[in-house]
Design a protein around this ligand. Structure first.
Ligand SMILES: NC(=O)C1=CN([C@@H]2O[C@H](COP(=O)(O)OP(=O)(O)OC[C@H]3O[C@@H](n4cnc5c(N)ncnc54)[C@H](OP(=O)(O)O)[C@@H]3O)[C@@H](O)[C@H]2O)C=CC1
Ligand SMILES: CC(=O)[C@@H](O)[C@H](O)COP(=O)(O)O
Ligand SMILES: [Mn+2]
Length: 406
């Protein structure tokens, strides 16, 4: 199954499948509905029996387009339809939906016992302990480039770790790992101070220096919220406390993350910045897909640089570590407030620095309220309803704050 098949992750996944017809067969596609014709074209080309569209208002358009493209795929409709598709029998579900809306599908795939190739980091972050309780060790294959990289450098699979180790290697000595080092490109505004961020436009924020991605994650890269989310994601996937996860800025995006060991060794994973590699691995794990993307050209002189993150100009990572360590519904609040603020920024209704101001304010107000959930990664007293209630509260509060600034 490919969920979010019309997006950046989804279209690359379709491309990998089309280049490897003997290796992969797609049995279901899902998307929001905004690009119904593309979804129908994919369904026809891949001869997919089942398609889901989240927006019920786009269902009629989708059915018409399917007929025009000669596809006889059955159509599931609404958020329930997407989750039903995600829970249907298959070998692998690739979750390439964007945002918190991906949670139901992540849970449905895990409940069905299916291997989950996870690009939709938000579902893991907001569902945190609930996802951890549901997933068996190794059931999740990380597709996010940093977590895919860590899995390549971290061949351990103890209880409590969700991410599948690369190539099925399993080693007993997990206590040999001292730290995870997550790399960040620094985004298009690397090197600017807070004043230098005041007037930046959506077009500038969408101009990522090294990756071509969907709009939300691209803005999140510019604010470093993406890196904040990724630190929480790393902590959940690899069962690592926040004080043993570092972020380092690496503008070339060639070293995709690293694992440091107790003897002073650091193992890094390098490749040109292409999501084709982690997506192909997510679809084919534990096998690698030959020719997924061109590798490094080691005949060419090149320089890789690493620099510390400026936490004053980009406070997103520090705040993410706080909400991640607090656990419970705090990560859902951070994410929901950010999704609302990014939407306002992209519509031209919010200044760029106000994205993080809004997230910080909503998170701090949430801290003053009672919330279920114990320490980081524990699901004590936390239910899915709590997560959705926190998500809804944070969106409402963020919208109130945003309306004052419009
Ligand atoms: N792009 C990248 O390189 C990377 C992305 N990721 C993560 O992967 C996820 C997807 O990102 P990206 O591909 O960039 O995003 P895009 O915005 O490019 O694509 C999002 C996809 O999700 C679909 N969608 C939206 N709402 C729903 C819904 N309710 N149900 C089903 N499908 C829905 C969209 O459909 P429609 O076309 O109808 O809108 C579209 O197919 C995000 O979580 C992101 O953080 C992680 C690492 C790298
Ligand atoms: C490709 C990928 O995994 C993105 O999440 C990427 O990491 C974004 O780049 P930043 O390092 O700028 O956030
Ligand atoms: Mn990433």
């Amino acid at each position: 199954m490919i969920l979010g098949s019309t997006g950046s992750i989804g279209t690359q996944a379709v491309d990998i499948v089309q280049r490897n017809p003997d290796r992969f067969r797609v049995v279901g596609l899902a998307a929001g509905g905004g690009r119904a014709d593309l979804l129908a074209k994919q369904a026809a080309e891949l001869d997919v029996p089942l398609v889901a569209v989240a927006d019920p208002e786009r269902a009629a358009d989708l059915s018409r387009s399917l007929a025009e493209h000669g596809s006889r795929a059955a159509v599931l409709v609404g958020a329930e339809g997407v989750a039903e598709l995600a829970g249907s029998p298959c070998d692998v579900v690739l979750n390439g939906i964007t945002g918190a809306l991906g949670l139901e599908s992540t849970l449905a795939a895990l409940r069905a016992g299916t291997t989950l190739a996870l690009a939709n980091k938000e579902s893991l972050i907001i569902g945190g302990p609930l996802v951890r309780d549901l997933a068996r060790p190794g059931q999740i294959v990380p597709v996010d480039s940093e977590h895919f990289a860590i899995a390549q450098c971290f061949p351990y699979l103890p209880e409590g770790q969700l991410a599948s180790p690369a190539q099925g290697h399993v080693h007993a000595r997990r206590d040999e790992v001292s730290r995870l080092v997550v790399t960040a490109s620094g985004g298009p505004f690397r090197g600017r101070d807070r004043d230098g961020l005041a007037g930046v436009t959506p077009a500038e924020a969408l101009d990522h220096p090294t990756w071509s991605m969907g709009p939300v994650i691209t803005v999140n890269s510019a604010t470093l919220v993406n890196k904040g989310l990724e630190v929480i994601e790393a902590s959940l996937l690899f069962d690592m406390p926040f004080d043993r996860i570092d972020v380092v800025v690496h503008p070339q995006s060639i070293v995709h993350s690293m694992v440091e060991y107790v003897d002073g060794s650091t193992i890094a994973k390098a490749s040109p910045p292409s999501m084709m590699i982690p997506i192909a691995y997510g679809l084919g794990a534990p096998d690698r897909v030959p020719g997924a993307a061109p590798g490094m050209d080691w005949t060419r002189a090149q320089t890789w640089t690493f620099e510390p993150l400026d936490h004053e100009a980009f406070p997103a990572v520090r705040l993410a570590c706080e909400v991640g360590a607090a656990g419970g519904t705090a990560p859902a609040v951070y994410n929901a407030a950010n999704e609302e603020a990014v939407d306002a920024f992209l519509r031209g209704n919010l200044a760029f620095p106000s994205i993080m101001d809004t997230v910080s304010r909503v998170v701090s107000e949430h801290r003053r309220t009672d919330r279920p959930g114990g320490a980081s990664h524990q699901s004590v007293g936390l239910s899915l309803d709590d997560v959705y209630a926190a998500d809804a509260w944070a969106r409402t509060r963020a919208r109130e704050l945003l309306a004052r600034q419009a």
